[in-house]
Design a protein around this ligand. Sequence first.
Ligand SMILES: Cc1ncc(COP(=O)(O)O)c(C=O)c1O
Length: 439
Amino acid sequence: MSESVAEAVARQRQYIAGGTMSINRAITPPKLFVRAEGAYLWDDSGRRYFDYHAGFAPYLFGHADKEVDDAVIAAIRSGASLIGAGTMPWEADLAEMLVEAVPGIEQLQLTSTGSEAVSYALRLARAHTGRDKVVIMQGGYNGWADYVSYNLMDPAAVVGSHEPGTEYAPRVTTAGIPKVIDETVKVIEYNDLAAAEAVLSKGDIAAIILEPVLQNVGIVKPQPGYLEGLREICDRTGTVLIFDEVKTGFRHALGGYQEIAGVTPDLCTFGKAVANGYPLGVVGGKQEIMALCNDPDPKRRVVIAGTYNGHPVNVAAAKASISRLMNRREEVYGELERLGARLQAGFEAIFAERNYATTFARQGSAFTLYFMDHAPVNWQDIALNNDNERDLAYRRAMIEAGVFHFPAATKQSSISLAHTDDDIDQTIEITADVVRALG
Ligand SMILES: Cc1ncc(COP(=O)(O)O)c(C=O)c1O
């Protein structure tokens, strides 16, 4: 007999440090999901859920996409192993496609994860500028590297008294970060151009790194002129502008959010949707900076290395994903926008009738329902205004009703190309019932 959820949780607690792989996956109440395909998840009892979590967003085409999986299987069958000596043709194929697709990539390196790509982007920026400090965003998430594991989502008690135009004291999000790193990290609010100006104008910052849309605290869009303003300050102060497009990349446009914004960063990082769920990261940017990987001066040369970098399985998945986006660009992004708009219209009709405030924030297929009366401009705004208790109660009730949004307040949800009109309409119907029952 298969194990119960309680038994599975107990076994995980016994053998897995922290109880779940990747500790941000822990959910209450616990669930035991055993299968995913297309737009759906199944739990151990065989119950099906509409999935809007999408494994923290990589599944742009849906789970177990046949086209991507067939490309992976074909690569394995053809002998495309991890040879690890010199160059392999499939690596250049993918690199060429990505250079063509993304305005800010003139050259690149492949990694296995987004976090590694971010670590290397910061290393490149430091080597390029000869400076040590980096600026990150309060409420931004850029993976697990020491230099970005700060001020992930400071509580309302901390952000409440924060003055616009100023920086936060660095506050680590994990134990084990050397104290000296604190001196190299500057933290400001997103959409606060005055704070960026104040911190960068001293001329001692190597890089400012940000998600061009904050997507780890929902959907927080740049205000008009914000990204352009950062570009101008970085140019003036010799700071490297890094867009972390691990979540925005390929989901909103083939060229990343930078293509939509019309602002080209010096370096950018990708992951998630680039390979539709297979583990691949990309760090790329201006040739002038990426050339440090090959600098004849060993003191300037930047090392980017890894046994699994450019693993043929992941490269095959990325080639299949990116070529599909290139060949069917209008169709794919048009469909994702159409599905997103359909869901938004349904949600807005449901919540318009409630006696509490909600705001549906959306960029194409990525969305969040905030329990506050306006679209937030930064984390401080969310921390002070979102009704987290109602948010969480709603998410948990939706899961019980068969629709999976991650059960943590303000977490962003994703629609995939595998969702159909019928899935969206059923989701709206279930949502209406749940919201009515919650009162
Ligand atoms: C914007 C952003 N950057 C970096 C990362 C880290 O990527 P990975 O989990 O592949 O290391 C994530 C992951 O959620 C992310 O959303």
